[in-house]
Design a protein around this ligand. Structure first.
Ligand code: ADP
Length: 632
């Protein structure tokens, strides 16, 4: 181990980040204080946890706290904790490198809007560096709780691309961060302003945050916060602003949460939970290895971050704290996985989170809309992952629909069922490549004419999702591009008679078209769904849809060949004329064109586009010739 002073370069991304801090963030500069207090609190939490198995670590100083000192003469502001501290190596990596995968994403998300960018700082865990917004030079004096005074470390940087570290003697355990304030940041030395800020950022912190008593030259400290873990306090005494501040502390998200739920469970099992719904998705929502889960405390002692055993994967966006009265203090991740107690808590917390969402949807639909936009796709996973909660999940889903315009998903199943005309037995839906494509699909023609609403879906997972559910309020789900429409109460006697008559009359035509198309289609039949278009493709109930086939094929899976049925609208002039065509060659070409068009409308690819184009052109030539003979 080197004890000498060495100068090291910041990792390139840290340099970039520091430039950003120094040159573009002028508003909300005070957030640095939140970040430093938060780090100090984490450091104390970590020591208290280690001391569970090694009480000697606390030594003569068992009370963990945070101190904040302003020195107007020196122009410094110091944030000190007596927590875990850092070794020389830790200081170098923790304060010189951003190892987190999120940093690139952080830069991508910068908007140039200072307020938004300042919020991002906390979210991406680049908290410590935010101190350079107000400091021209920062010294960090630290010593790990499990090392001797001689292993103290002094880290220093002026944000000029490099930092120095040296080993020093340091009697105090833990970390002091000394900010040498820029001339324009001396406002943070003002006792009144500082106290207000510290109180604001530390009221939810479980350790006392101490400042010098007011009055000149006082050497006595007093706690300026309540120093009581927020979740242990009675709900009625906690201000919304405190809940929000606590959310920022545990989530590293600068934005406000959409909603929270704070509960104490007593009786056979005792625990307190505080769950939050964030207002926007974290950058790593879709990364498998991303950290998720709640902060776990046992009888108020911090045990671990990201305890993922307390909520299912599809609620991975939920942030919060769970404090158990029953689990052993030495509980490990492995133990959590097998514990039946944890299993029961997970079930209860899952219901709690779903109830919180239901309440948000009911009381604050605008906020719920925001939630759905950010997290709807994740929530849908629950239909596969958590069949036991279908009844809670289904009312939370939102869809685009033929009853609304645009692509926003705003219709709930409850809305849908309430609007159903009498006689309708099914909840109709259609899945296509985009909501626009679904909206324009020929499969909707009859239903539209009858005023029946259809839910429009365009997400890759939707087909899978709809495969997981069968009904809502006793109404079965029905894909309008498959099988029979099951109109039952919606179709009048006259409709059925008309279709029967059409079927009888068209037998010959259907056979000729099937012969012309061969294996391309399973069968050719008279359509009930169509009103304006001449033809469409329909798949059988359990068969893979086109988008699903593509997903599977792209993933290298062998997908069994299958052919759709071709449905014809026998009242369409094109189909009527087809029936009368004697020329076998022209009939063949027209039948193929109808089939190819129907494939295109469905979003499919033609087996032979050049053939299609040739066919179409030949027909157009005939048309043009019939209208106007070519000029000589
Ligand atoms: P984050 O807190 O999100 O991890 P920071 O940039 O604020 O990001 O801090 C980087 C790391 O430096 C922390 O994860 C921690 O390991 C270390 N660190 C910062 N402040 C302290 C402190 N007061 N005591 C001990 N370690 C600290």
């Amino acid at each position: 181990m080197s004890t000498t002073r060495e100068t090291l370069a910041f990792q390139a991304q840290v340099r970039e980040l520091l430039q950003l801090m120094i040159h573009s963030l002028y508003s909300h500069r005070e957030i640095f204080l939140r970040e430093l207090i938060s780090n100090a609190s984490d450091a104390n939490d970590k020591l208290r946890f280690l001391a569970l198995s090694d009480p000697g670590l606390l030594g003569k100083e068992p009370d963990l706290a945070i101190w904040i000192d302003a020195d107007a003469t020196a122009g410094t502001l110091t944030v000190r904790d007596n927590g875990i501290g850092m070794s020389r190596e830790e200081a170098i990596t923790n304060l010189g490198v951003i190892a987190k995968s999120g940093t690139a994403e952080f830069f991508k998300r910068l908007t140039g809007d200072q307020q938004k960018d300042a919020q991002l700082i906390g979210q991406f865990g680049v908290g410590f560096y935010s101190a350079f917004i107000v400091a021209e030079r920062i010294e960090v004096l630290t010593r790990r709780a499990d090392q001797e005074a001689a292993a103290g470390v002094r880290w220093e940087s002026s944000a000029d691309g490099q930092f120095t570290v040296e080993t020093i003697d340091r009697a105090e355990r833990g970390t002091s961060v000394v900010l040498h304030l820029k001339p324009d940041a001396r406002e943070f030395l003002d006792a009144f302003r500082l106290r207000a800020l510290v109180r604001r950022y530390s009221d939810h912190i479980a350790f006392p945050v101490r400042m010098r008593k007011e009055g000149a030259a006082s050497l006595d400290y007093e706690a300026v916060n309540q120093a009581q873990a927020l979740w242990t306090r009675p709900r009625a005494e906690i201000q919304d602003e405190e809940y929000r501040d606590f959310y920022r502390h545990i989530s590293h998200d600068g934005a406000d949460p959409l909603a929270w739920s704070h509960n104490r469970v007593e009786g056979k099992r005792e625990y307190t939970s505080l769950l939050y719904i964030p207002s926007r998705a974290p950058f790593d929502l879709w990364q498998r290895e991303a950290a998720r889960g709640l902060k776990l405390y046992v009888r108020r002692v911090f045990i671990m971050d990201n305890a993922e055993q307390f909520l299912p994967l599809y609620l991975r966006f939920v942030k919060g704290v769970v404090d158990s009265g029953d689990l052993p203090l030495n509980v490990s991740r492995e133990l959590l996985q097998q514990d039946s107690e944890v299993e029961a808590m997970r079930g209860a917390l899952t219901r709690r989170a779903l109830e919180l969402l239901a309440r948000l949807a009911k009381d604050e639909p605008d906020k719920y809309r925001e939630f759905w936009r950010e997290f709807g796709r994740v929530l849908k996973e629950g239909l596969g992952e958590d069949p036991g909660n279908h009844e809670r999940l289904l009312p939370l889903l939102r869809f685009a629909s033929t009853a609304t315009t645009g692509t926003e998903e705003s219709v709930s199943l409850t809305d849908y069922v309430a609007r159903m005309p009498s006689g309708q037995q099914r909840i109709y839906y259609l899945i296509a490549d985009s909501v626009e494509a679904a909206r324009a699909s020929p499969h909707l023609e009859l239903l539209r004419q009858k005023g029946v609403e259809v839910l429009l879906m365009a997400d890759r997972v939707d087909e899978w999702v709809m495969g997981q559910v069968s009904e809502f309020q006793d109404k079965r789900f029905k894909d309008v591009a498959r099988g029979d429409l099951e109109l039952s109460g919606l179709s009048a006697e006259a409709d059925r008679e008309r279709i029967d008559a059409e079927r009888k009359e068209s037998k010959g035509l259907l056979k000729r078209v099937k012969d012309a198309l061969g294996e391309r289609v399973l069968e050719v039949r008279v359509s009930e769904r169509l009103r304006d278009s001449p033809a469409c493709l329909v798949r059988a109930e359990g068969e893979l849809s086109l988008p699903m086939r593509r997903v599977l094929e792209a993933a290298g899976q062998k997908v069994p060949a299958s052919a759709p049925a071709l449905e014809l609208n026998v009242t369409h002039p094109l189909v009527r004329h087809l029936d009368g065509l004697a020329d076998a060659q022209v009939f063949q070409e027209l039948a193929l064109l109808l089939y190819e068009e129907a494939s295109l409308v469905e979003g499919g690819q033609l087996a032979n586009p050049a053939d299609f184009s040739r066919r179409l052109n030949e027909l157009l030539v005939r048309l043009v010739q019939a209208c106007a003979p070519a000029r000589a």
